[in-house]
Design a protein around this ligand. Sequence first.
Ligand code: DGL
Length: 259
Amino acid sequence: MNQPIGIMDSGVGGLSIASVLIKKLPNESIIYLADSKNCPYGEKSKEEIYSLTKKMVKFLLKSRIKLLVVACNTITVASIDRLRTEFGQIPIVGIVPVIKTAREKTTNGKIGVFSTTATANSFYQKDLVNKFANDCSVLNLGSERLVPLIEKRNFESVDEVLKTELEPFKKAQIDTLALGCSHFPLIKDQIQRYLPGVLILDSSNAVSRQIQRILKQNKTLSNSTNPSYNFYTTGNLNALRYFAEKLTNKAKLSRISLQ
Ligand code: DGL
């Protein structure tokens, strides 16, 4: 069956998931949708996020996707349950930081979680921390400055922001950091430079394993030898092009507006 997998994010961040999926499931076609025009989502109310998200889902459903990846921590935290209720016709996979893995990997019991401010402050995330790492010292911090800078590919300013915003993690002597925003794996090397020796974990591998499991279970794994990769954005095509063309030379890029 060669129906595509749909991936959506408020911007280019979900490409960190697309990148792993293209490598791990090379027969699968992908439709990626970035709502870069409305990015960042973190500053919006839950209702606003849900109404924007619904438009994205409807667009992807028209493309007959067989599974939806909500490759955005902010949308997952704000709306995953509602999305699953309203769009029960397809499996929906969300993204959360891999706190359980961080708990397994830490050797000094000091863990960091780095997300957008909205995600860091959410009950959803605080619950995850309590559930999976309540016997560790966990520093759960957010940044709202990085996502817009990554969208603009302003890596110099990213560096300046990281210098100050990663300092508390350094002071707390964490040895493991779980990324709680899908944009952040795109600047993993820059983060690593400020936190040398710290193990940085993103959620892409966990999400891709989950997707593989669901497709296998539903017998909807593709065996196509010629998968397609369509990338759509509601905003600036250059940002999407910059990151998407690093993933595949078969990227088809388009700008759209959502109804
Ligand atoms: N990639 C989104 C996330 O994982 C960015 C959030 C935003 O747009 O504020 O949370």
